[in-house]
Design a protein around this ligand. Sequence first.
Ligand SMILES: *[C@@H]1O[C@H](CO)[C@@H](O)[C@H](O)[C@H]1NC(C)=O
Length: 315
Amino acid sequence: METRASTCMCVVVCVAALLSIAAAAGWDYLDGAKGPSTWATNYETCGGMKQSPIDIVTSKVVDEDLGDFTFVGFGEDDEPVDAEMTLENNGHSIVVGVTGDYQVSGAGLGTTAYKVVQFHFHWGSVNSQGSEHTIDGKAYPGELHVVCFNTKYADFVTALNEPDGLTVLGFFLDVQAADNSVLAPLFDLLSMIRFEHEEEDLSTPVVFKNFFPADLSSYYRYSGSLTTPPCYEIVTWNVFTEPIMVSEAQLMLFRRQFANEQDAPANISLVDTFRPVEPVNDRTIYMNSGTAALVASYSLIAMVLVKVLASVLED
Ligand SMILES: *[C@@H]1O[C@H](CO)[C@@H](O)[C@H](O)[C@H]1NC(C)=O
């Protein structure tokens, strides 16, 4: 009898302990008990030495010719036949799940291609904040991350345990007067998924190259982590210098999202969904000095030549 009672007691204590772990786990972007400053307590890797995002100090960046990206499936003419995109409010972000063989390679990423699994957004409550990465201390109103896993691993989940498991294409979002028309179908669905766990399919997948900025050769490269728990240090980061432009009205649609389910006792606005920058520590931040830099130096040479020619002709 006594054994039985103590077994019972143990079960009660164990369940209570498990419940308290479950309650303690979880994370958010608020200032409280689950905010970014507490992540390392529940998710050890969040306290690591190679964390993301970071502030990119342009005077310390090392120029490196990494080469251009090769994109397969990203254009209007080579879209995967089975392409599908589903938008979800997951309580932390708006995530677009991607089906179809979209692949990224080249650009010093090694010999295997990386396959897109999802893209998602980070945004602020006001235009002076929202991006995760900052450039010389300057934040943009938002940031878009295209998450890709290394196809040398079987799938995304397997890749999460490998140091070269993921690469992320990061684009800043900046504000212009006009709506971004390519992303308009995506923004149009946001009012239907304002609450956590709500999702909607895009009737036609958006074409990456149609909303990517024109210059994809100017980017920063460094080794970092997932910017949300569990913060695994497995990400080869690409932060492009040219932003994607959206309107204030489109940013407002992000700011009208909620971090809670529809029937929650209170609504929590889903805004300022960015992790503060982490220490760079001993990492080097590279910048691809590909075509953009070459074009700049060629045009400088051309200008000098024209001047020389003009002065020769004048004589
Ligand atoms: C949450 O927001 C929705 C939409 O604006 C509203 O209908 C609902 O009443 C709000 N819930 C609470 C608890 O305020």
